[in-house]
Write a protein that binds this ligand. Sequence first.
Ligand SMILES: [Zn+2]
Length: 334
Amino acid sequence: MPALEDFRPQEAAWRALTADELPHALLITGQPGCGKRTLAMLLAQRLLCEAETGEKPCGVCRACLQCREGNHPDLTVIRPGEPIAPGEDKGKKSIPVNDIRELSRIVSRHAYEGARRAVIIEQAEAMGPAAQNALLKTLEEPPAGVTFCLTCVSAGLLLPTIVSRCREIPLHAWPESALRKALDETGADPRRAEAAVRACGGSMGRALSLCGDEAWWERRNQLLEDFFALPNRSAIPRISTRLREERSEASEQLDTLDGLIRTLLMASLGRNPGSDLSEYPEAWQRAAASGHYATFVRLADAVAQTRKMLDSNVSIQALWEKLLLKFMEERSQW
Ligand SMILES: [Zn+2]
């Protein structure tokens, strides 16, 4: 289970986790995989934890265990697809207004165990206007002792009236050191962990899932071969055709490629000494060792440009060909 301490690199989260008191409504925002749900659960557990001394949540008291198992009587979790209101269909992508009405009933009662109650609403953007307006009424006149914790990719997806009643806790991209530490704790293979750290775009959840994803690892190794061991121009159409067929993976492929370039960039700048470049063809290893960092900056820019063009009218195969040519061009300069 992630510990409180893991959130130290996230300033706003850390402040909330170490505060004596919390406002009655919090809104945790950030990209998928950044830890919103984990943080919401830690905050709820902190409120309900029964430990008398030491750090909260303690993780071992009855309340902490109940929270984790999802059966603490004073913790209500609402998320799309798992309605709490009787008679609502399961598996829907939205949060029905009846869930929010049910929630209002629950929070208006006294807490069972103590004076506090916690409410987590995951993917709050899944509430339609009716549900959001129903929630607004509760947030406007909050019952004593209840803390609401909403999670959402971006505050802009909610009614401004909801947002203005919450304190926002933005979660940002995780620093590489924090990602490495988390992967290390799962016992991941160090080389895979390093590749996942580079390719996850700062998303903790993505880093964790990439590490165990065989198909991703295969795609990554294929990209390594396609872009860094490109024999000559005549190989380009074959590679770009394959990449075109993997259209749905394009954004991920660009992340992966970006990670592969950044590993060389960091090495060329003398950062991460001792990082293992042995899987790159020798010419690239030499380029990194002799400080050709400008090459890697230009290639990273080319990847970013390609990403911008993904939704344009330019054919995806043409985009990949241009990128492959750029790799050849840079390679030919040393
Ligand atoms: Zn506890």
